[in-house]
Design a protein around this ligand. Structure first.
Ligand code: NAD
Length: 270
């Protein structure tokens, strides 16, 4: 079994990386950063975003696993004191019939067209589009028909697994991460007697697409997870559910709604 291990770089994460590597190699696993079958991210959700983008061209061949060295993460759900158990379960995953222990989550495909050239990105959490100097003004089309003229800070287009991240801060709904959908949430839209947007988050199914046409010559920021790009001449941005999915090794049950509760509500429910 070929594995690659990434750490956030803090003292505890580095220490866990060393312990994990030592125990994994003693169990016969090989560290292979070029073509791993499993990528173990040690740190937090941010570390997983880095791991995802590092291996973005090999998503179909990799299953990710996250160990958290801070608070419980959505992608980093193994605790430091569970490393031994994790390694034992990982050893068994390639046995026949164990393929079901990998879950697949949909991603947002983002096609940014600048000066006639289209660049494709994939986001694990979300893509955001914002005006940098002024209000963002953009036509929003759904399946090739004008839907609204947006004026405001920007829009956030999230995956279901990213719905608990930036999208949640914008009042978006939490979607179960296996749903094949994307969610568009507004950032501070201007709504008055002259300007009107839908005002609520919108969820699009697979095979629907949304095109955003910013008004010409706007200074814009496009983020793909933690990565930021700046443009002053975006022609269009198309967002849709990608055909490519990300895989996570699901070595033990950890129901999504339990994780949501632990992250946002806590145990003291009265
Ligand atoms: P980071 O690693 O500090 O992450 C910021 C916070 O977002 C952390 O608490 C992290 O645990 C949490 N997070 C990340 N993915 C999550 C998910 N899928 N579900 C629940 N929580 C999640 O910062 P970074 O490395 O720059 O990470 C970029 C991410 O930060 C973006 O993808 C975005 O989702 C998030 N973010 C959130 C806000 C906001 O909520 N206002 C603003 C900017 C960025």
């Amino acid at each position: 079994m070929k594995i690659s291990i990434l750490s956030r770089g803090d003292e505890l994460s580095t220490q866990i990386l060393e312990t994990f590597t030592e125990q994994a190699t003693s169990l016969g696993m090989t560290v292979d950063d070029e073509s791993p079958e499993f990528v173990i991210s040690i740190g937090g959700d941010g570390t997983m975003l880095h791991a995802f983008h590092k291996y973005i061209d090999r998503l179909e061949d990799i299953a990710f696993i996250g160990i958290h060295t801070g608070h419980l993460g959505f992608y980093a759900d193994w605790q430091v004191d569970e490393v031994g158990q994790l390694l034992q379960l990982l050893r068994e995953i390639n046995e026949p019939g164990e393929e079901k222990k990998k879950v697949k989550y949909p991603l947002v495909q983002v096609d940014v067209t600048v000066a006639g050239v289209t660049t494709r990105h994939l986001a694990l959490n979300e893509c955001t589009l914002r005006g940098l100097d002024t209000t963002m003004v953009a036509e929003i089309h759904m399946n090739d028909e004008l839907f609204e003229m947006f004026r405001g800070d920007g829009v956030c287009v999230s995956t279901p697994s990213g719905s608990t991240a930036y999208n949640r801060s914008l009042g978006g709904a939490l979607l179960h991460p296996t749903l094949e959908a994307i969610q568009i949430a507004e950032m501070a839209s201007i709504n008055n007697r002259v300007y009107r947007t839908i005002g609520s988050p919108v969820v699009l199914p697979k095979h629907h697409h949304c095109d955003i046409y910013p008004r010409a010559r706007q200074n814009m920021s496009v983020t793909i997870d933690h990565l930021q790009y700046r443009y002053d001449d975006v022609e269009s941005i198309r967002v849709q559910v990608s055909d490519v999915k990300v895989r996570f090794a699901r070595l033990r049950p950890f129901p999504y709604w339990k994780r949501v509760r632990e992250a946002f509500i806590g145990h003291d429910v009265h």
